[in-house]
Design a protein around this ligand. Structure first.
Ligand code: DGI
Ligand code: FE
Ligand code: FE
Length: 196
């Protein structure tokens, strides 16, 4: 594995400056969340650094990377370019950055759609990506505050906003985005009942 500085240098050559600045924001936010929720800050730092490493690739190169890899994607992921950079990012993190830690690789793999059974690290990368300081969208401050109070509620808010946004643009919603939200709603409901 390369040193963190070497990885930063390599990443800078792969994505544009704006994406790199977004990445620095995600690292900063992910580190604060990792400390707050007592997750490995080392893993959070690397997953955040590499989460968008495939974002600069064209559809042709995304597809080429997927072909011949052992990462399986479904038809919706294949049909929507924005959904391909997570899986391909995990491939590049492993093949070009030498990351072998499965927890880091899956956090990168699922950072756009989420998944039904998310680890704490998955959740931290998912929400850090959404709330990092360079991001601006209506209602984001509510998600920013919620992220440090209840991670599941924050993801429910973020996923809900993404789903509404994509539906308004007549885009398909990935099943995993919906399944993640359903699973978290169920979990929050269970926790509320237990507290009564
Ligand atoms: O790569 P980023 O811009 O930092 O953020 P991201 O990886 O979370 O998301 C990339 C895009 O994917 C973003 O515009 C939201 C979109 N997206 C997430 N889930 C879905 C989706 N788009 C569609 N059509 N369906 C989804 O389920
Ligand atoms: Fe992304
Ligand atoms: Fe991102």
């Amino acid at each position: 594995m390369k040193s963190f500085d070497q990885m930063c240098k390599r990443l800078k050559e792969m994505i544009d400056l704006q994406r790199y600045q977004h990445t620095l924001g995600v690292i900063d936010t992910a580190l604060r969340l990792a400390e707050h929720y007592r997750v490995s800050v080392e893993k959070a730092k690397i997953a955040a650094l590499l989460h968008d490493c495939a974002k600069g690739l064209s559809k042709y190169h995304l597809l080429r990377r997927l072909k011949g890899s052992d990462i399986v994607v479904d038809d919706v992921e294949l049909s929507l370019e924005p959904l391909m950079h997570g899986p391909v990012g995990a491939i590049i993190a492993r093949e070009e950055f030498g990351i072998i830690d499965d927890e880091i690789l899956r956090a990168i793999r699922y950072h756009t759609t989420g998944s039904v059974e998310m680890t704490l690290l998955d959740k931290i990368i998912f929400i850090a990506d959404y709330i990092e300081p360079n991001r601006q969208c209506p209602g984001i401050d509510e998600v920013r505050q919620m992220a440090f109070i209840d991670l599941d509620q924050a993801i429910i808010l973020a996923a809900g906003r993404t789903i509404i946004y994509e539906i308004n643009r007549h885009n398909p919603i990935h099943l995993r985005t919906v399944q993640m939200r359903n699973a978290l709603l169920e979990r929050v409901k269970r926790n509320d009942k237990e507290r009564l």
